[in-house]
Design a binder for this molecule. Structure first.
Ligand SMILES: *[C@@H]1O[C@H](CO)[C@@H](O)[C@H](O)[C@H]1NC(C)=O
Ligand SMILES: *[C@@H]1O[C@H](CO)[C@@H](O)[C@H](O)[C@H]1NC(C)=O
Length: 697
């Protein structure tokens, strides 16, 4: 049965020890202490040193076991809060009980027990007695100077030891008093104006080398200096990490009860590394977050800021201000303020650009999403909300400046609390060769005439290429199926149309040579476009310097069918008259009479000058040679050809001058309706040659 109870108690102790695992620890016990056989007063003979690691409150009890019921008791000093071993109405008899075994049991609130054991030796015939120590002694703090006597302790040793040693501690602790170890004289250790306590307990211990005794002398002080204080410290404040620098944290309230006290102050910050965060204006007593400084919850959440205040006699403190930094929602941020990316133009969704953003959050790890700010045509781009990969939201085309080739966008990260951070993303978009050179017209017609100098640039084709840079540069090449035409004309790689040799005498007026022209751009994968260029050799009337400005409203004589008919009739009448005259001259030469039997004046003119007259007429009808000054009238073209070889007296066409269809028809009203008019903007012409409308064969 007894075994059961031990077992049960052990279970209880084990159970209990789960809550209060550590029992109070009784430390530093000597093996033995001594007490005089003749001691009769209740004396503190030993002060127990015990701690509890759990910081549980505990009580200590003292009992003697061998022999049992010895005169000892455990008591707690109300001032020191320390347990001691006290004698309890002792009557020691050395002869019968020279040694007591004393057990110390300290039990915490959880029931855990710490124990210690020591021996108390009874010293035969010994005792230490304080000679009528008063309860208190009173002094004027304002006038008691350093060294002044406070009290002289006197003791008696029953064994007559002459060497006694005095020591002293004080509650509250102060440096105002000292005791002479040999004489027991207590003196002021400084001017007592520096003392702030009005009542100080001096624990005076005397020892004869074997036993010791302790008694308390209370020193009461009048006219004590009032210690300066901060009436609103200690205290604790919470502050958001996001508060602006300069923010007022607290205004301290110092106080000194002594009229006219002059106070000085100091501040100390712990951890010391953050001392610069706090500013203390001792005039305004304002404690602020220093200018240019910020709290950061993620770095430090607590600061111990302490203040000392001094009057001229006493420095009081530390007064503690606990500063607790509170977390605030803070933004995400990018590792760089600027990113630059290169890509080619392309279709919607065709590219994948990764800026490799590194995004952090001042709050630590925090989810975020990515977007572009709406600006600079950001809607043309996509950004993956989590990876930051950028693409085209539209078919991106920089040709002809349709869309910018360099764009700066603002990328925004938004964290879970809605806080945002931004960075700039530059996207440089390169042209790709996605446009072929194109001609504005399916064909062009140029003319040369007998005056055009060999080597002359007749015109230049100006195809357009919607790409940019080298992708928009091009060269021309040309072929012709005209057997001889290629000898006289050349189309260079510069897209210029040149006359290489005069066709005069080799090509008939009206001969048209057709070239197939290909313009090829210089892109990595070249693209090309084609057109036809027709070059017509035609006859021109002599040009005068005023032709281009004075003939704007004249119509060509031969353009008018009535004029043409009148001309033909005149030629026929003239021929008949000439034939009649020739007949009359011939008759005169044979018969001597040109007008029958009666020669007339006309015949006389013939007679005197007839040969010259007849020869001149004959030479005139035969004249066919071409001279540059008076070019021959063109031969009549075949009836099924158009008279495109004729001089066009309309204003000369120049690059940049749009010919309207109505004016074209009025000048060429005999001509059929042509399928294509020249687009002057994509061909440049030298001033000399004139454009006539293209036609197809
Ligand atoms: C704050 O500092 C004071 C003075 O140094 C110190 O007594 C106190 O224990 C400290 N408080 C904390 C929580 O560190
Ligand atoms: C728009 O582009 C300009 C420069 O091209 C840049 O300075 C600006 O920051 C951009 N705006 C946004 C909102 O990205």
């Amino acid at each position: 049965m007894r075994g059961f109870w031990i077992y049960f108690a052990t279970i209880l102790i084990l159970f209990d020890s789960n809550c209060h695992a550590v029992s109070p620890d009784v430390q530093g016990l000597p093996t033995s202490i001594a007490v005089g056989e003749l001691e009769t007063a209740n004396r503190l003979i030993y002060t127990i040193t015990a701690t509890d690691a759990d910081n549980d409150a505990f009580v200590c009890d003292v009992s003697s076991t061998v022999p049992a019921n010895g005169p000892f008791v455990g008591l707690k000093d109300a001032d020191t809060n320390l347990y001691g071993i006290y004698t309890d109405n002792p009557t020691f008899v050395f002869a019968t009980n020279p040694v007591y075994t004393v057990n110390i049991e300290c039990t915490d609130t959880g029931g855990s027990v710490g124990t210690g054991t020591l021996s108390v030796d009874v010293i035969e015939g010994d005792a230490l007695t304080f000679n009528t120590l008063p309860a208190s002694t009173t002094h004027d703090a304002s006038t008691t100077l350093n060294g002044a006597s406070i009290y002289t302790v006197a003791t008696t040793d029953a064994l007559g030891h002459t060497t006694k040693t005095y020591t002293m501690t004080s509650i509250p602790s102060t440096t105002s008093f000292t005791i002479d170890a040999g004489t027991g004289v207590v003196t002021a250790a400084r001017d007592l104006i520096h003392e702030i306590y009005t009542s100080i307990k001096l624990y005076i211990q005397v020892s004869d080398g074997t036993i010791s005794a302790v008694e308390v002398l209370t020193v009461l002080l009048t006219n004590v200096n009032n210690a300066p204080v901060f009436t609103n410290l200690p205290t604790s404040i919470d502050v958001l990490e996001s508060v602006a620098s300069g923010t007022l944290l607290i205004t301290l309230v110092p106080d000194d009860a002594d009229p006219g006290a002059s106070l000085t102050y100091t501040m100390t910050v712990s951890p010391i590394a953050y001392a610069s965060l706090f500013s203390y204006n001792t005039n305004t007593q304002q404690v602020t977050l220093s200018n240019g400084q910020n709290f950061d919850y993620e770095t430090t959440i607590y600061f111990n800021v302490t203040f000392m205040v001094s009057d001229q006699y006493y420095t009081n403190g530390p007064f503690v201000l606990d500063v607790h930094v509170k977390n605030d929602n803070e933004p995400c941020y990018f590792d760089k303020t600027f990113y630059s990316l290169n890509t080619n133009e392309g279709a919607s969704g065709s590219i994948s650009l990764n800026p490799n953003f590194i995004i952090s959050d001042y709050d630590g790890i925090s989810a975020y999403s990515l977007t572009f700010s709406t600006a600079n045509n950001s809607e043309r781009f996509t950004i993956d909300a989590s990876t930051g990969v950028i693409g085209f939201a539209v078919d991106y085309d920089i040709d002809n400046g349709a869309m910018a080739s360099t764009v700066i966008l603002t990328a925004v990260c938004t964290d879970a609390t809605g806080e945002t951070g931004t960075t700039n993303v530059e996207i440089i978009i390169a042209d790709v060769n996605d446009n072929a050179p194109t001609f504005g017209s399916a064909s062009y017609t140029l003319t040369v005439d007998q005056y055009t100098d060999p080597g002359a640039l007749i015109g230049t084709l100006l195809p357009t290429d919607a790409d940019s840079g080298i992708n928009a540069e091009y060269t021309c090449s040309a072929t012709t199926t005209h057997l001889t035409g290629g000898t006289y004309y050349n189309i260079g790689s510069d897209c210029g149309v040149y006359l290489t040799a005069t066709p005069l005498g080799n090509l008939d007026y009206g001969t048209m040579v057709r070239f197939s022209v290909t313009a090829t751009d210089k892109g990595a994968t070249p693209l090309s476009g084609t057109t036809f260029v027709d070059v017509i050799f035609r006859e021109a009337t002599p040009t005068t310097t005023t032709t281009t400005t004075t003939t704007t409203t004249e119509s060509n004589f031969f353009d008018d069918p009535g004029s043409l008919a009148a001309f033909i009739i005149c030629v026929l009448l003239g021929t008949i008259l000439l034939g009649l005259l020739l007949y009359m001259c011939l008759r005169w030469c044979v018969t001597g009479s040109c007008c029958g039997t009666d020669p007339c004046d006309f015949c006389n003119w013939c007679r005197g000058d007839g040969r010259d007259c007849c020869r001149r007429k004959q030479r005139r009808t035969r004249k066919r040679a071409v001279t540059p000054e008076t070019p021959e009238r063109p031969r009549k073209p075949p009836k099924d050809e158009f008279e495109y070889w004729k001089e066009d007296d309309a204003p000369q066409s120049r690059a940049g001058t749009k010919l309207s269809r109505s004016s074209h028809l009025s000048r060429h009203r005999d001509y059929p309706d042509f399928p294509q008019a020249i687009t002057p903007t994509d061909i440049s012409l030298r001033p000399g040659p004139r454009i006539i409308s293209p036609r197809y064969y």
